[in-house]
Write a protein that binds this ligand. Structure first.
Ligand SMILES: Cc1ncc(COP(=O)(O)O)c(C=O)c1O
Length: 399
């Protein structure tokens, strides 16, 4: 049993002492007025930083006009954003959600319904990959192999098989008559900023084509400009059949989406799925504003340029602290520094001693996920804080 005593906020998060009350651009301010350089962005959410005037205005205007109506009614606001998404991606159709896990749930349901619609309901099994993270609902924790997320919640949803990431031969060997498709993050986020190899993602696409399977991509963390293209899969020359999106698409407002081709979505007919809030006018105003900004070629070019600068600077810094740092990995502004020991202590040290917010991830990785609107001065400040942090960090003695 846990010794934690109950608190008004259910104590499922090990919250740190930072208590933000205000945000401005790339900075957060705590209750005591202390300032943090925010290279965590709410875990890849605040793509436009804090308090972006365009986003604030869109929210205020829409809130004053019409905040919510039921999906029982027509949705000009939803049609507008869905059309924009269809025009700029592989997708033919979109279902709006309030979170990433809901977008993944919709993706899983869409895949199962596809095979059901084809008269092959037995094809229900989705192959997923080790150290993936797809959310915290019962369905999405069933799609992972991580005991810390699954323990105590059994029985979980059957129909998932978890394989080693980037192992194409294992993926091919696991296909059987019950397989519905594959689901993966092109760049694993929580798992430790681990990109799929080109060979792996292209190989999975080819396996899907050869066996009539669906490719579901989870771009909840790596999508919406984070890697320097609108979606990470564009850098692999591969398109999915179904894709889950969230985080950056709302840039701080709870919004997600499940995108699909017409073929993949053929089972999702009236009555098969729904959400009270999903796609409400306020969320659609946010999504339209964010998408309009982030999908601009010049914006994406900025992300790529800043990503290269930041990565180059991190790579230069590493040899100066080679007892602590091992390597840099990732794409665009989704970067990770792999440490030689557990990353959580260093993330806390950067936060508490140097006012730099980053996020710990699996595989001893410190995630660097700045707002996509950073400039060179933010990069210089981040490197200064990281270097200073590396100099005065004393790792906990090995147990
Ligand atoms: C790749 C991925 N999928 C799904 C999720 C779940 O998103 P949410 O927390 O909005 O439900 C996350 C959240 O971190 C994620 O990184």
């Amino acid at each position: 049993m846990s010794s934690t005593s109950i608190t008004p906020l259910m104590p499922v998060y090990p919250r740190c002492d930072v208590r933000p009350v205000r945000g401005e651009g790339c900075y957060l301010f705590g209750e005591r007025g202390e300032r943090y350089l925010d290279f965590a962005s709410g875990i890849a959410v605040n793509a436009l930083g804090h308090g972006d005037a365009r986003l604030v205005k869109a929210i205020a205007d829409q809130a004053a006009t019409l905040m919510h109506v039921s999906n029982l009614y027509g949705s000009p606001q939803g049609e507008k954003l869905a059309q924009t998404i269809v025009d700029t991606t592989f997708a033919d159709t979109v279902f709006f959600t309030n979170s990433g896990a809901e977008a993944v749930e919709c993706a899983i349901k869409t895949a199962r319904r596809y095979h059901y619609a084809n008269g092959e309901a037995h094809r229900h099994k989705i192959i997923t990959f080790a150290n993936a993270f797809h959310g915290r609902t019962l369905g999405t924790i069933s799609a992972t192999n991580q005991p810390k997320m699954r323990d105590g919640f059994e029985p979980l949803l059957p129909g998932f098989e978890v394989l080693a990431f980037n192992d194409l031969a294992a993926a091919e060997a696991a296909i059987d008559e019950n397989t519905a498709g594959f689901m993966l993050e092109p760049v694993q986020g929580e798992g430790g900023i681990l990109p799929a190899t080109q060979e792996f993602l292209q190989g999975i696409r080819a396996l899907c084509d050869a066996h009539g399977l669906l490719l579901i991509l989870d771009e909840v963390q790596c999508g919406v400009g984070r890697t320097g293209t609108l979606f990470a899969h564009e850098q692999y020359g591969v398109t999915p059949d179904i894709m889950a999106v969230a985080k950056g698409i709302g840039a701080g407002f709870p919004l997600g989406a499940c995108l699909a081709t017409e073929e993949a979505a053929k089972g999702m007919v009236a009555g098969t799925h729904g959400s009270t809030y999903g796609g409400n006018p306020l969320a659609m105003a946010v999504g339209s504003t964010v998408w309009g900004i982030i999908s601009e070629p010049a914006f994406l070019e900025h992300v790529r340029a800043m990503g290269e600068r930041l990565r180059g600077a991190l790579e230069q810094m590493i040899p100066n602290h080679d007892a602590l740092f091992e390597s840099v990995r990732g794409m665009g502004l989704m970067l990770g520094i792999k440490l030689k020991s557990d990353s959580r202590g260093f993330v806390a040290h950067l936060r508490d001693r140097h006012g730099l917010l980053t996020v710990a991830a699996g595989d001893n990785v410190v995630r660097i996920l700045p707002p996509l609107v950073i400039n060179e001065s933010h990069i210089a400040e981040c490197i200064e804080k990281l270097s200073a942090g590396a100099r005065d960090y004393v790792p906990p003695a090995a147990a």
